[in-house]
Design a protein around this ligand. Structure first.
Ligand code: NAD
Length: 398
């Protein structure tokens, strides 16, 4: 019986598992450091304290079919593609015939001084919970000191993640203000962005829709303001000609992501933790290794740049890797991957969103509704009906 190892139970890994389990003549081993899957696209909800972590996670065992699959909760240290083994922190090395590397993303600091030490990251459930705990602590600190910097929250980078976080923080303001004993209007939210405009993938009307909300909410959006350093409770930004410092108790780093460091540590040819894969999603040097999700780069032939890493492309890659492994097991040739974009929608707050569904621009409540429905559909396909009933987004009239 062929052995398939899947590393990572995020969108890409879990979808591969779900599809491969339909085939009974394989044994699958799934490895993840956690015993739960989390919806990475909802981390801002936990970081802002608007949702408890239970709302965005579900147990991996709910997806694992014990007849075909063994789940190992452990940390992946390194892959040896020549020996076909995976080194784990606490278990024996794992042998495979086919490997699916779906180890996800990490914070990218671009070497900015102090970012790792002095800013909070938001890359998994633990770090998201840490952000909320920190915000609460800062609000208490304000009560003790009356120093306004503790009422200030700074989001570094106005990409998708940064903007969605800003919206969630705005919705959390009332709760934070109560802890600090101030009016919600006194909680200041800053978002500092290097580029002169935000979200360049959207048309001007959609970007303006987002800007109008930020403006209405009193969010301080600073564009053309590259961050140069993070000092304790201080963000330093500017160019060669000017420099400013902003004091803040809470500084959250969302300036982009890279793929898992395990990819580089294992000697794969990578850039920022991403491997430029072959058309069928395998590593160019190893046709029994699929590299998918945030550790993978697939060229968009239209823009001549790799597709951005998203939950959506990860799910499609998971489906495709499973299909190709089934082909290989049957000695059939693999199929090339093509990404079918369903669009991309960014939420700002619980009931507002903007973006594209297919190629149609949408904004406001309908966009938010579409986003929730797309997420429920993906939850159904990967987690199953039980998870949709428990975790689905139906709170549309909130
Ligand atoms: P990103 O790379 O899309 O955005 C990071 C932002 O930070 C950019 O605007 C960049 O100019 C800015 N930045 C970088 N260095 C900076 C500096 N020193 N100072 C100030 N600003 C700086 O990263 P992300 O937002 O984390 O998103 C990662 C990926 O996940 C993207 O591909 C995104 O499309 C995807 N994503 C999608 C959704 C969604 O579909 N709703 C939600 C979240 C993330």
């Amino acid at each position: 019986m062929k052995e398939v190892a899947i590393l990572g139970a995020g969108y890409a890994g879990l979808r591969t598992l779900r599809e491969l389990q339909k085939q009974s003549d394989l044994h699958i081993t799934l490895v993840d450091r956690n015993d739960y899957h989390y919806e990475a696209t909802d981390l801002h909800e936990v970081a802002s304290g608007n949702q408890p972590k239970e709302k965005i996670i579900y147990p991996i065992k709910d997806v694992v079919n014990s007849k075909t699959t063994t789940f190992i909760q452990d940390e992946v240290k390194k892959i040896d593609p020549d020996q076909q083994v995976v080194d784990l922190k606490n278990n024996q090395p794992l042998h495979y015939d086919y490997l699916v590397v779906a180890l996800g993303f990490e914070t990218e600091t671009f070497g900015i001084s102090g970012a790792t030490e002095n800013a909070l990251e938001m890359v998994d459930v633990q770090t998201a919970e840490k952000v909320y705990a920190h915000i609460q602590a800062m609000m208490k600190k304000y009560k003790e000191t009356q120093d306004k910097k503790y009422l200030r929250l700074v989001v570094c980078g106005a990409g998708f993640t940064g903007i969605e976080l800003v919206g969630a923080l705005h919705e959390g303001k009332e709760r934070y203000a109560k802890i600090a004993g101030v009016d919600p209007a006194e909680i200041e939210i800053y978002c500092i962005e290097a580029m002169s405009s935000i979200l360049p993938m959207f048309n001007d009307k959609l970007t303006q829709y987002c800007l109008d909300y930020l403006n209405k909410w009193g969010v301080h959006l600073l564009t053309s303001s590259p961050i140069k350093a993070i000092k304790p409770e201080k963000v330093v930004y500017g160019t060669d000609d000017w420099e400013e410092e902003l004091e803040a108790g809470t500084v959250i780093w969302t300036t982009g992501v890279s793929g898992s460091h395990v990819v580089g540590d294992s000697g794969f040819s990578e850039k920022r933790g991403r491997v430029m894969v072959s058309d069928d999603l395998t590593d160019p040097d190893h046709d029994n290794i699929y590299i998918i999700g945030d550790v993978s780069a697939v060229m968009d032939k239209e823009s001549n740049r790799p597709y951005p890493t998203t939950g959506q492309i990860s799910l499609q890659m998971g489906d495709h890797a499973a299909k190709n492994i089934q082909h290989q097991v049957k000695d059939e040739s693999t199929e090339p991957f093509t990404f079918k974009s369903l669009g991309s929608v960014a939420s700002i707050g619980n009931t507002h969103a903007f973006g594209y569904v297919g190629s149609t621009a949408v904004q406001g409540y309908p966009a938010s509704f579409m986003k929730k429905m797309i997420m429920n559909r993906s939850l159904l396909k990967t987690g199953g009906l039980k998870e949709v009933m428990a975790k689905g987004r139906f709170d549309l009239y909130h």
